[in-house]
Design a binder for this molecule. Structure first.
Ligand SMILES: Nc1ncnc2c1ncn2[C@@H]1O[C@H](COP(=O)(O)OP(=O)(O)OP(=O)(O)O)[C@@H](O)[C@H]1O
Length: 241
């Protein structure tokens, strides 16, 4: 009986991300193959929050971009909510990203010609849900931008632009949010506030969070902290050379 209970409890844990034998090679300007990512195994369970630590150039953005389907893999499998995106063409990966993944980019990637509210509505138009202005407004209010909804990014502070990016990442109710150095452009006080906001908003929306950063002050807040060195065999081999 106890074994049965144990088995069923285990089955209930759902992985929003599962990676198997993932590799990415780039071709150097000299024409040589350069293995940047070699991750045998990595997973993120639903509603968990994980921080990945890595120095500049260790492959953080490459890793996240493959998970998001922005970048094609060289080899291996990436399952997002159970679907293997690594074998799909770019257009299909784009659709899966729009519906399953929220991405907070290092440089925010907001559409400059559109207001904060329009940035959210455009992101919504790519997803499965009907465009819902009220949801967009309520997310912007949640991130403290109720008086800035009709501002274009250039008229917002860096911290405010980041909050638009956070709200946009959650607009299509993703099960997984990726954050690439989300506090890299902020001062210490704003960085802590932004981190708290990202973690709270993921929790409230029942999204898992995978955050990559080099910033110790951010990283030590997470219960589950792993280093890129630990998961990326390519870095271990590089270190031995
Ligand atoms: N398109 C490309 N062609 C060749 N090499 C690349 C390409 N993109 C990235 N690289 C190399 O791959 C490595 C990892 O790059 P990546 O941008 O993933 O690092 P990162 O950890 O995100 O760095 P940072 O924190 O500085 O943004 C770097 O050595 C980089 O020079």
């Amino acid at each position: 009986m106890a074994t049965c209970l144990k088995l069923s409890a285990k089955k209930d844990i759902m992985e929003v991300l599962k990676i198997e034998d993932l590799k990415k090679e780039y071709i150097s300007p000299e024409g040589e193959k350069h293995l940047v990512i070699d991750v045998p195994k990595f997973s993120v369970e639903e509603r968990t929050q994980i921080a990945l630590q890595g120095t500049s150039g260790c492959g953080k953005t490459t890793f996240l971009n493959m998970i998001a389907g922005i970048l094609a893999v060289t080899q291996g499998n990436i399952f997002v909510n159970g679907e293997n995106i690594s074998q799909l063409p770019e257009a299909k990966r784009d659709i899966i990203r729009a519906n399953n993944i929220g991405y907070i980019f290092q440089t925010f990637n907001l559409l400059q010609g559109y207001t904060a509210l329009e940035n959210l509505i455009i992101a919504m138009s790519f997803g499965n849900y009907n465009v819902d202005q009220d949801r967009a407004k309520s997310l912007l209010t949640k991130v403290g931008l109720e008086h800035r909804m009709h501002y274009v990014p250039a008229k917002l502070s860096i911290g405010q632009q980041q909050r638009v990016a956070v709200a946009r990442a959650l607009i299509n109710k993703p099960k997984l949010v990726l954050a690439d150095e989300p506090t890299g452009n902020l001062d210490a006080k704003n960085a802590q506030e932004a981190l708290t906001l990202i973690r709270e908003i993921c929790d409230e929306n029942e999204a898992a969070l995978l955050l990559v950063s080099h910033d110790e002050k951010i990283l030590h807040k997470f219960n589950r902290l792993q280093s890129m060195q630990e998961i990326n065999v390519a870095l271990q081999t590089e270190g031995q050379k």
